[in-house]
Design a protein around this ligand. Structure first.
Ligand SMILES: [Mn+2]
Length: 326
């Protein structure tokens, strides 16, 4: 009576955004979409969930979020792609040839990973780190595509060429993907962390981000249908110039044919980008792209996109649950 991955009776996919240890909102969202807990996992009579990754870090219910999602994947009632937080967690646990961890144990990195390290004991950490190594980077489900940050076919081709699949699994592969200059490094940066756009190369000032770090590149709105610096650079009102003045509006100069901008005709659902409020056309969704990360762990809504077979994204197919985290 319940669907499995290979089941012909699946009527569609419910793509669920970044959870970051928010298990209560996840249960609320699954129940709102008609999933029921049976035989140890949430299941739906005719639909399958797809998680965009970033299950861990930050939130108060790390272990329960992992238990819920892995049980669904094991039961065949869900699929999942890897987020940058799962990728980073594995790299945080592996020592490279130089004896240092692939992801350095700096104060900043330790702080970002603290909730996972505190809420899971050593055996639990190992169990889920082993599982993360089995999670693919992207899913092409025919009429729907799912990735954590950015669907970018040249980067996917690099991964397939380097590792022979869509999966980074071994120590050596994680090491290569953590080595600047290795082809896998840029590919993974783009696919799970998102592409960037240089401001200084386009004659603009660097900026200070919310943590006071000076940056010369912004995130690139690869989902945008625009072509100018103003349209493609993801800037927020909290950014300032290096002198502390409000950062000026970017000019409407054409950036050129950036190959990161998505031009496929199959809808892509992704997470990662800390959207707020409700989905806004152009910024959060377009005809072919739908972001499902609405900052659940920062007081926003855990969000899903319910795909019914459509070839253009429909605002009505978004579901949001403002869940109480604790
Ligand atoms: Mn992310």
């Amino acid at each position: 009576m319940w669907v499995r991955c290979d089941d012909q009776s699946v009527t569609g996919y419910d793509v669920i955004g970044d959870i970051h240890g928010c298990a209560n909102p996840l249960e609320s969202l699954l129940e709102a979409m008609g999933y029921q807990h049976a035989d140890g996992a949430y299941r739906h009579p005719s639909r399958q969930a797809v998680f965009v990754g970033d299950l861990i870090d930050r939130g108060p219910q790390q272990l329960r979020a992992l238990e819920l999602v892995k049980a669904m994947v094991d039961a065949g009632s869900a699929q999942i792609v890897m987020g940058n937080h799962e990728f980073n967690a594995v790299c945080y646990s592996i020592r490279g040839a130089d004896g240092e961890y692939l992801r350095r144990h700096s104060d900043k990195n330790a702080r970002q990973h603290q909730a996972f390290l505190e809420q899971l004991n050593a055996d639990q950490q190992q169990y889920y780190l082993d599982w993360f190594r089995t999670i693919p980077l992207w899913l092409d489900l025919g009429g729907l595509r799912v990735i954590h940050a950015c669907w970018h076919e040249p980067s996917m081709k690099v991964v397939e060429l380097e590792v022979g699949s869509n999966l980074i699994g071994t120590d050596a592969q994680f090491a290569a993907a953590s080595t600047e200059g290795h082809p896998l490094y840029d590919a993974i940066e783009t696919l799970v962390k998102g592409p960037e756009l240089s401001l200084t190369d386009h004659g603009q000032l660097p900026y200070l981000d919310k943590d006071g770090h000076q940056r010369s590149s912004s995130r690139l709105r690869w989902w945008s249908t625009g072509s100018t610096l103003r349209e493609l650079a993801e800037m927020t009102s909290t950014f300032t110039t290096p002198d502390g003045a409000p950062y000026p509006e970017l000019p409407s100069v054409t950036v050129g044919n950036d190959d990161h901008v998505y031009s496929g005709d199959v809808p892509v659902v992704y997470g990662h980008y800390w959207r707020t409020g409700t989905p806004e056309h152009g910024l959060d969704w377009t005809e072919r792209t739908a972001c499902v990360d609405f900052s659940a762990v920062k007081g926003g809504s855990l969000t899903a996109y319910r795909w019914l077979g459509e070839s253009t994204v429909q605002l009505d197919n978004y579901v949001q649950v403002l869940g109480k985290i604790t």
